[in-house]
Design a protein around this ligand. Structure first.
Ligand SMILES: [Zn+2]
Length: 437
């Protein structure tokens, strides 16, 4: 059984929008109110609040602020659960201190119960939620399969409304294909795949490249406007609209590629990302590439888990581009600008990215013998340096079974603590859900 979230566009009318905005506002109010209280106590006296304390104080808050009666009380409770989770993530080192919710950011209201989705035609349904008499139209682009658990409604910063339907459904594991893929992030292309037989180049879709260039331009324009001015607000809206369009198109593209790979290959090898560098990089185009690679790997991870496939994440310090995939020679002079190079030892001419995917493929083949599915973290025996002979790969395969998560710090202290914590926080924030547009 896996959790699966469907996402549909909602089309509320003026009054319904007004109603939803009140719901968002009340949830935000309750969240921020308790965050302010608990923050003060934590900072002054080191007191950590428990969920039960928020819950017990909620009725009094409702008496003091009668407007809260308009809100669905279950939604307010979920807001407090979310605050509790935000604190837990902070206390356990997975995330920063909880932040106050802002009106201009993405708004969400959770509705755990008492909602109805009523089908009226092939493309249209109506949503009934507590405290709202009228029903909100939903554009249904696909059928909901599985058992519906709960729903939430979000409003994006560009003013669109979405319905998220959380379901639970069963997924059948796929039949083995006996094929392995080494997947490398491209510099120009999205990715390069080598499967022992052929090399596949996956290009970034042209429409996305165009839109991303335009986004960079719009953001530059926005940064020159005076904050709070009318022109600033107009430019902000433009950026928000285009960003959400790009996010949706990218997500769609990433899902198509990750699904295709999961279907075709039993085992896929990718390089894990430098999260720290990803967050710090100031160049927007690089950020986009990194973030989509990160999301892509995450999709591959949970799809591997769902369908009984294996994904091997190789430490980013593994020199996949610099190592000759034929003889194992390490070309330390290779810079980012060099697209093609010739190995001085075996004279093979390498395309930089193709060569990297071939090295990753080799790691996958070596690890095939271990029966585990899901995610395998490894620094390969690659870190031991020269991968000169196939026999070395055999030694790598043997060690993989014993390499759990904790082996990372003991065997090869390469991943810095801070980086791995950030990675853990990113992973825990994003539950394994398959969000489909
Ligand atoms: Zn060579």
């Amino acid at each position: 059984m896996v959790e699966y979230t469907y996402r549909f566009r909602l089309y509320p009318n003026k009054e319904q929008k007004h109603f939803l905005n009140i719901q968002f506002g009340h949830c935000r109010f309750v969240y921020n109110y308790f965050l302010a209280l608990s923050k003060e106590e934590y900072e002054k006296q080191g007191i950590k609040w428990k969920y039960s304390r928020y819950q017990s104080m909620l009725p009094a808050l409702k008496r003091d602020y009668p407007f809260l009666k308009q809100a669905n009380s279950q939604s307010l409770q979920v807001s407090l659960q979310n605050l509790d989770t935000a604190y837990k993530n902070f206390f356990e080192g997975r995330a920063g201190f909880p932040k106050f919710k802002k009106k201009k950011s993405r708004q969400t209201v959770h509705i755990p119960q008492h909602f109805e989705i009523e089908r009226v035609s092939k493309k249209r349904s109506l949503l009934k939620i507590p405290k709202l008499k009228t029903k909100i139209p939903i554009k249904m682009h696909r059928d909901i399969e599985g058992q519906i658990r709960s729903i939430s409604i979000t409003k994006t910063p560009d003013g669109r409304y979405y319905l998220n339907v959380l379901t639970r459904k069963e997924i059948q594991p796929l039949k083995p294909s006996n094929k392995t893929a080494g997947i490398d992030v491209g510099i120009k292309e999205f990715a390069i795949i080598y499967d022992g037989d052929k090399t596949y180049h996956i290009e970034n879709p042209k429409y996305l490249q165009k839109a991303e260039k335009r986004l960079i331009k719009l953001q530059r324009q926005l940064s020159k406007k005076q904050k709070g001015s009318k022109n600033y607000e107009k430019a902000r809206q433009k950026v928000a609209r285009l960003s959400s369009k790009i996010v949706n198109q990218r997500k769609d593209f990433l899902h198509k590629v990750s699904t295709a790979i999961t279907k075709q290959y039993d085992c896929f090898v990718v390089e894990s990302l430098n999260i720290k560098g990803m967050i710090q990089n100031e160049k927007l185009s690089k950020q986009i590439t990194d973030v989509s690679w990160y999301k892509f790997v995450r999709q591959l991870e949970y799809k591997a888990r769902w369908y009984g496939r294996k994904i091997i994440k190789v430490d980013r310090f593994y020199p996949s581009s610099k190592t000759c995939s034929v003889c194992g020679y390490k070309n330390n002079q290779l810079t980012l600008q060099v697209r093609k190079w010739q190995c001085p030892i075996c004279k093979t001419v390498h395309d930089r990215d193709e060569n990297a995917s071939k090295n990753l493929y080799k790691i996958g083949v070596a690890h095939l013998t271990s029966g585990r599915t899901g995610t395998v973290q490894t620094q390969a025996c690659a870190l031991q340096g020269n991968l000169q002979a196939q026999s070395q790969w055999d030694c790598g395969a043997g060690s993989v079974g014993g390499m759990g998560d904790n082996s990372q710090s003991t065997r090869h202290p390469v991943v810095k603590q801070e980086t791995s914590q950030k990675l853990a926080s990113l992973q825990s924030e994003q539950a394994p859900q398959f969000i489909e547009e």
